[in-house]
Each structure stands twice: as C-alpha cells, then as structure tokens.
Design a protein around this ligand. Structure first.
Ligand SMILES: NC(=O)C1=CN([C@@H]2O[C@H](COP(=O)(O)OP(=O)(O)OC[C@H]3O[C@@H](n4cnc5c(N)ncnc54)[C@H](OP(=O)(O)O)[C@@H]3O)[C@@H](O)[C@H]2O)C=CC1
Ligand SMILES: O=C([O-])CC(=O)C(=O)O
Length: 441
C-alpha cells in the first residue's frame, strides 16, 4: 500500500474495501469462507472520515521519505486473511472496536511470550478484538512466519488480524500501540557506546516511521536496550507524536524489587506496593525502599535492617538480570513479557487508590529536579485512559538523592552519545565506567 493510497477503508492484501461507514458504528463484512466462523474483520468507524471521499481529501500523515521496496509490504497471514460476518456474534456478545498493536522483534524470545498474552485478552480485556502487526527482518522472516502459524493454531477469538513484515512504515500504519522490543543484544567485546549507536539507529528509524504512519495517539513502549535512551531517540524522531506517549520499560525492575522485599519480609508479593524505580534501566537504577509499603506500612518499619535495604536489596535488583542470564544463558524473556503486560494494564486501567507504578517517561517539568529532556523512570498514576500523571509528593532523602544523581548522570552521558541520532549535533561519548545493562555483570 503506497502512502498516496492511504485510506481508512483499506485493509489487508486480500480485501481492499471501500464502503460508506458514516452511519454505522462498525460494519461487518459479508465474506464467508470455509474457516471456522470465529475469525472476523470489523472495520472501525473513524468519526468524520467517510470512505467515500476521494483520496486527495483523505487526511494524510505528514510528508516523509518512505522506503519504496515493494517486497517489504505488510502481509496478512494465513487464516487471518479471511473475514467473517460479525452480526451473528453480535447477537450474544458486543465487541469493542478493533485496535492495532505493532510489535518489533516479534520473532524474538520476549515476543514469543508476549504475543500470546496479547491475543488471549488478558491485556486489553475479553471484549477487545486486536490486530497484531509483527515486525521482523530479512534475517528473522521465516521465524516470523512460524510465530504467525502458532498464533493461527491457538484459535484466539479476539485475534482478528495478524500481519507480518519487515518495513516499519507498513507495520506501524495506524498502530495504536507500538511495543518496540527488537534490538541487537550486546555481544562479547562490544562497547556500550557501540550498542547505543547500533540500536539507536534502529530506534531513530522506527521513530520516523511512527511519526509518518502511526495513529497520532499511539502509545509506545520501548523494551529493546538501552531502553531509556532508545526511547529518547525514538521520540525525538517522532515530533508529531506527544513525547508523553513514549515509555521505557522499567516495570520488570519494579516487579523484581517487589519480589525481593516480599521475600525479606516473609509476605506474599501482593502485599508490596508503592515501589518506584528511579532512573535508568541499568545497574545505576534506584529501587526506592523509602516510599515503598508492605501491607500499607512503610517498608523501613517492616524491614528494619537498613544495611540490607541500602546494599543487598538495591544491588540485587540492579543486577537481577545478570544473575538470571548466568542461570538461563539468555536474558529474562517470560518475566519481561509479564512486565510489559503489567505496564500496558497500568495505563489502561485506573491505578488503585494510593498506589503508583514505575515507567521510564520523558522529563518535561517534573517535580523532583531531574534533568529535563531525558527518559527517566518515575512514579506514575493513570486514570486508565492510556495517559498518566507523575506522582508529585514522593519523599526523597539524601540516600535516594545521591543515587538518583548518579543514574541521571548516566542518562545524560548516554544522551550525549546519541546526539547524532536525536538531531542535537555531534555525538560525544564519555560514558561512566559503571554503565551497564542489568544483564551485564
Ligand atoms: N527493558 C527491559 O526490562 C528488558 C529489555 N530487554 C531487551 O529486550 C531486547 C529483546 O530481547 P529478546 O527478545 O530476549 O531478544 P532476542 O535476541 O530473542 O530477540 C531480539 C530481536 O531483536 C531483533 N534485532 C534487531 N536488530 C538486531 C541485530 N542487529 N542483531 C540481532 N538481532 C536484532 C531480532 O529480530 P529481527 O531480526 O526480526 O529484527 C531479534 O529477534 C534486548 O534488547 C534485551 O536487552 C530484555 C529484558 C528486559
Ligand atoms: O540486560 C539485558 O539484556 C536484560 C535486561 O535488560 C534485564 O534482564 O533487565
């Protein structure tokens, strides 16, 4: 689908449809094929957009240079190219409008867990049909087909479309969520600065693609490491999407911290709340035990071993990823996918009264004196509308302040390393020596 042909009415390769949607909430398509009737395609009505308008009247994404390789088209996959009349289903069940979720690194380990959680309904709810757009590369294309085949064989009622492709400009088209997981892992002898540059290029390109074709309200969760700075690069390359919509995943660190506190206190982990991870998803991250609670009581009143909190707990969370790699021989994939689910659910469901969650967010007027214009993990709350607000009254003592400064310095150094990718001039890389991913020892 070339950019000039962009239309709210066009769908998969097998069905390019034009119909007048102006009066219907949604329209079911009368194409009955031999497959079981659970698969269906529902066109969402887009307010004020009538599909009968001429292409020139259709609101286009901002102009962009778009790779023109015809081989790079997004392809609907297998059974997901078929359609089904939803009207029968609607007699007993009402569905929400389809949402599109783009996932990069879709043939990787994390995605192999995540995609099935998304398709099952546990993330967006049992009445929310979804379209999955899987981004891979020439190198992973066969594996991507394998993933799509497994999704087919899982018979998920909510999974209405699956398409696979290697071009982010196709995969991200109209995406309402973009889960950016694909990134090169750091190999032996590779400098962190080199990783920042290689992966930064991926996220610069994907930021441009999101800017050009994604929904203007797309929510982006960057997982691929170094995720904070990759998220910064991505948002800088997507000036037409609010910077607030970009997140770097630090929820895994929050979950790890909760587990360690529960273990020490001898309680089940659901009793632990108000845990903030401050800063970078790296070994300088600051798991905050000062404001955390167990059964609603400040952690420091429940765990009185301050030395353990300051040293063992902090380091255990910072280095959990590395210990896990030693055991598994690869980095956390299942628990990372769970934390992505937690991160999304925290944005689409109201935050429980008095609690908060951690996410790496763009600093733009924060109450904690953190440097502006970086992606820094902080305590957030959401009304469940996909947006969030910073929690403003969290206490910061000298212990926290000193460590927050260190993780902030690391992020500022990372930012200088990627200036060539954020449009801020020449890069100058002076990374602190202890700059490590959680998975590095
Ligand atoms: N923020 C967090 O909490 C966590 C982040 N991570 C990070 O998530 C990322 C993905 O992890 P995981 O799914 O386990 O990794 P995998 O190695 O299983 O998959 C990574 C995918 O990245 C893609 N990729 C993109 N560019 C390259 C490249 N130059 N070389 C190799 N692969 C590339 C590959 O897909 P393709 O060829 O299709 O592009 C590959 O499938 C990593 O960066 C990891 O460090 C991991 C755990 C926690
Ligand atoms: O360092 C890695 O690649 C894995 C990682 O982020 C983690 O386990 O937290």
């Amino acid at each position: 689908m070339a950019l000039a042909e962009f239309s709210p009415c066009s769908y998969s390769r097998s069905q390019t449809l034009t119909s007048n949607l102006s009066s219907a909430r949604s329209i079911a398509i009368d194409v009955h094929l031999f497959h079981r009737p659970r698969f269906s395609l529902r066109l969402r009505r887009q307010p004020n957009i009538s599909c009968s308008v001429a292409p020139s009247q259709i609101q286009s994404p901002p102009p962009t240079v778009r790779p023109a390789d015809a081989a790079n088209k997004r392809e609907c996959y297998g059974v997901f190219c078929t359609t089904y009349d939803l009207r029968e289903d609607d007699k007993t069940k009402s569905w929400k409008s389809l949402i599109s979720i783009a996932v990069s690194g879709a043939a990787g380990m994390i995605s192999n867990h995540l995609l099935f959680k998304l398709a099952s309904g546990e993330v967006f709810g049992p009445d929310q049909p979804i379209s999955l757009r899987l981004l891979g590369s020439e190198r992973s294309y066969q594996a991507l087909e394998g993933v799509a085949m497994e999704l087919e064989d899982s018979l998920y009622p909510l999974l209405r479309e699956v398409s696979i492709g290697v071009n982010p400009y196709d995969i991200f088209e109209d995406a309402e969520w973009a889960l950016l997981i694909g990134a090169k892992p750091r190999g032996p002898g590779m400098e962190r600065a080199g990783l920042l540059d290689i992966n930064g290029q991926i996220f610069a390109e994907q930021g441009k693609a999101l800017n050009a074709v994604a929904s203007r309200t797309v929510k982006v969760i960057v997982v691929g490491n170094p995720c904070n700075t990759n998220a910064l690069i991505c948002l800088k390359n997507a000036p037409n999407i609010p910077a607030k919509n970009f997140h770097a995943l630090t929820r895994l660190d929050e979950n790890r911290a909760k587990c360690q506190l529960a273990l020490k206190a001898g309680v089940f982990y659901d009793k632990v709340s108000n845990v903030t991870i401050w800063g970078n998803h790296s070994t300088t991250q600051v798991p905050d035990f000062l404001n955390a609670k167990i059964n609603g009581i400040p952690v420091k009143e429940v765990i009185t071993d301050t030395k353990w909190l300051e040293q063992e707990f902090t380091e255990r969370v910072q280095k959990r990823g590395g210990v896990l790699i030693q055991k598994w021989g690869r980095s956390s994939a299942a628990s990372t996918s769970v934390s992505i689910v937690d991160g999304i659910r925290s944005l689409v469901t109201p935050t429980p009264e008095g609690d908060w969650f951690s996410s790496g967010v763009y600093t733009n007027g924060n109450p904690y004196g953190i440097a502006e214009d970086i992606v820094f993990s902080m305590p957030c709350r959401s009304k469940g509308d996909g947006d969030y607000e910073l929690v403003k009254n969290v206490e910061i003592d000298d212990f926290l302040r000193e460590r927050i400064k260190k993780t902030e310095a690391e992020l500022l150094a990372e930012k200088r390393c990627v200036a060539h990718l954020t449009g801020e001039g020449n890069a100058f890389c002076d990374l602190p020596e202890d700059t490590m991913l959680p998975g590095e020892l």
